[in-house]
Design a protein around this ligand. Structure first.
Ligand code: ZN
Length: 316
């Protein structure tokens, strides 16, 4: 099994601001505008590459005015995006120009990393990689293709003790332990480049995480179809004694969830059917899409959702 990252789902505090940052500042495509299927008065936004490919998708639940989260034990600490190494200077300038909170360049595991925050303070980073310049990337008016993001590099998890969670990665999802640096151990799916890294930062003494704006809610790993997902879930239950949920239909993928031993919510999401299942690939993200069971309540739902101007992206 080789189950790299499918998507990352986060909580933010303001729909318009989140939209403008991920599309305008980062140049991601607004792949889908829908609602939280379990709480339809709240949006669910998906940002990714041109096609909304697994391994590029950052999703947000913008709860208007929700209080800030507090990073702590049992949480995803940082999400890393891939950029060509030569693009890091461009991005440093861009973050200064756009007032994006960012740090100085760092070296981690031999890679050059530019850490930054989204408007809710969520920890993100750009990792400069050699040899990825020719990969397809989304160009915007302000971001030439050679500078653009190329999906996820990986995530880091802040855990009290990483061992039990590492077994999920290595025994079920096909990751291998490849390096360690200080208190962080790197796990990766060898031979894959997109979403192929999970760094476990095992650090005792932190308070537990408190979820809120700027927190990652869960991370999802890929399964190619229902059969592979069912097999992964069965192995989690049988071999690692981890309880998993029933499969839930998220319209663009089908999901099984479980709490990893270290506390982070993990999901297994199918690659099928993808984001073009309910609107044309050319106009992804333009219309509010609702699951069939919520369609009868469209007018009411539209009345509850905050206004969103999706034309502001290029001006952000
Ligand atoms: Zn998810």
């Amino acid at each position: 099994m080789r189950n790299t990252l499918h998507h990352i789902t986060a909580i933010s505090g303001h729909a318009q601001r989140t939209h403008d940052f991920y599309t305008g500042v980062l140049g991601q495509r607004f792949v889908k505008k829908t609602v939280n299927f379990d709480d339809p008065g709240t949006y669910h936004f998906y940002f990714g590459d041109e096609a909304g490919s697994p391994g590029t998708i950052m999703t947000h639940f913008p709860f208007e005015g929700v209080g800030p989260g507090r990073l702590g034990i049992g949480e995803t600490q940082e999400t890393m995006y891939r950029v060509p190494k030569a693009a890091l200077g461009f991005w440093t300038h861009r973050f200064v120009e756009k007032g994006v909170v960012h740090g100085a360049l760092e070296t981690r595991f031999g890679e050059t990393v530019l850490p930054f925050r989204d408007p809710d303070g969520m920890r993100l980073a750009l990792v400069g990689l050699a040899g990825i310049e020719a990969e397809p990337a989304r160009e915007t008016a302000e971001i030439p293709a050679e500078m653009a993001l190329r999906g996820f590099h990986g995530v880091s998890l802040l855990l009290e003790d990483g061992e039990a969670t590492a077994r999920v990665l290595t025994e079920v999802f096909g990751f291998a332990r490849t390096a360690s640096e200080g208190t962080t151990t790197r796990y990766r799916v060898e031979g894959e480049s997109l979403g192929a890294i999970v760094d476990i930062h095992a650090a005792g003494g932190f308070l537990p995480a408190r979820q809120g704006a700027g927190s990652v809610h869960h991370i999802a790993f890929r399964a190619k179809d229902d059969a592979e997902q069912a097999e992964l879930a069965a192995r989690l239950r049988q071999e690692l004694k981890i309880a998993t949920t029933e499969q839930k239909d998220r319209d663009y993928f089908r999901s099984v969830y479980f709490r990893s031993p270290g506390g982070v919510i993990f999901e297994i999401a199918t690659d099928e059917p993808g984001f073009a299942v309910d609107e044309p690939a050319e106009s992804l993200g333009e219309a509010l899409k609702l699951p069939a069971n919520l369609e009868p309540f469209r007018a009411k739902i539209e009345g509850l959702l905050p206004p969103l101007d999706t034309q502001r992206a290029s001006a952000a």
